[in-house]
Design a protein around this ligand. Structure first.
Ligand code: SAM
Ligand code: SF4
Length: 329
């Protein structure tokens, strides 16, 4: 098992399939994009499946989420999902996507066994979308959401990040939209993970503020129908249910004590935390001929060193060198 020195066990693996993206969300990367990893440095589909198989068969991974960057840009995605859902014991398999291209891929992904999809949507206004993501792709995202729902990838989850002065006034409209469509909305506090290092605490719309904005229009009550466990979202029923909304207060209401995640970057580095400053290079070991046992052992050691918390409030906090798009959000 992947147990750290505080007794937490990692069972939820996030795999970045690529650091590339077709959007440029302000809270993630600069408008001009980033220097993408050269292809030779990316794990191949076979290498990804080999590492995921080690995680599932030997190390107790029960959930695999493919992310990025934008995972739909990875041509082998359907094949990777299909090979992951064929593993024993069968893990839950999901993706986090910006939705562009999902209109075409939702059915093939469902047929490959994909269980769930999270789609990021921060605004319902095309111009605001352009301003926030620096690309005119709003309709593609809306179409992608509808296709995922239609394909039976339900409930479709929607991730939204609010930015002060840009889309914070849309909190209630986003919730109304998601309730109407039967999507499950979760707001995520903006974290210091943008490539430009432009995050500031004062600009962050906090979980408290999000709840206050929503409470002006909806009756929210803590949803105690399910144990929260390691789930980062605090969930609330809306107007008596069954509609729900989640708020992920990663910064102001950290859930590190219950964290069960471990990450694999697109270039094959294990990270025990989004905010880790150290990585363990499984790709180099694999390409040098390491056996499955040796790779598993390296992975165990990498998780053992996980810190107690992200430490954003600590004066000595250092933002990780890699941005969210390269780590895998
Ligand atoms: N491209 C895909 C997408 O946008 O869903 C997957 C990768 S993206 C890095 C994963 C999630 O991280 C998205 O929901 C995005 O909104 C969120 N995200 C990116 N940068 C963030 C930040 N600085 N703070 C909080 N969430 C962030
Ligand atoms: Fe791309 Fe996702 Fe980052 Fe937006 S949040 S720029 S969609 S990786």
């Amino acid at each position: 098992m992947l147990r750290d020195s505080f007794g937490r066990v990692a069972t939820d693996l996030r795999v970045s399939l690529t650091d590339k993206c077709n959007l440029r969300c302000t809270y993630c990367m600069p408008p001009e994009g980033l220097d993408w990893l050269p292809n030779a440095q990316l794990l191949t589909a076979d290498e990804i499946v080999r590492l995921v198989t080690i995680g599932v068969e030997r190390l107790g991974i029960t959930e695999v989420r493919y992310t990025g960057g934008e995972p739909l840009l990875r041509r082998e995605l359907v094949d990777i999902v299909q090979r992951t859902t064929a593993l024993e014991p069968r893990p839950q398999v999901s993706i986090t996507s910006n939705g562009i291209g999902l209109a075409k891929l939702a059915v093939p992904l469902k047929e490959a066994g994909l269980d769930r999809v999270n789609v990021s949507l921060d605004t319902l206004d095309r111009d605001t979308f352009k301003r926030l993501a620096h690309r005119d792709r709003f309709e593609d995202v809306i179409d992608g959401l509808a296709a995922a729902h239609e394909a039976g990838l339900r409930p479709v989850k929607v991730n939204a990040v609010l930015m002060r002065g840009i889309n914070e006034a849309e909190a209630s409209a986003l919730l109304r939209f998601c309730l109407d469509k039967a999507y499950e909305l979760r707001f995520i506090e903006q974290m210091p993970l943008d490539a430009q290092h432009g995050w500031s605490r004062a600009d962050m719309v906090t979980a408290d503020e999000i709840l206050a904005l929503l409470s002006a229009d909806f009756d929210l009550a803590p949803d105690d129908t399910e144990e929260r466990g390691s789930a980062p979202a605090e969930r609330f029923t809306v107007d008596g249910g069954p509609g729900r909304v989640g708020v992920i207060g990663s910064v102001t209401r950290p859930f590190c004590g219950a964290c069960d995640r471990v990450r694999l970057t697109a270039d094959g580095q294990v990270r025990n935390c989004l905010f880790a400053t150290e990585e363990s290079d499984l790709k180099a070991a694999m390409r040098a001929g390491a056996s499955d046992d040796e790779l598993a052992e390296r992975w165990v050691v990498a998780v053992k060193g996980k810190r107690a918390g992200h430490g954003i409030d600590d004066p000595s906090f250092l933002q990780p060198a890699r941005p969210m798009s390269a780590i895998g959000g």
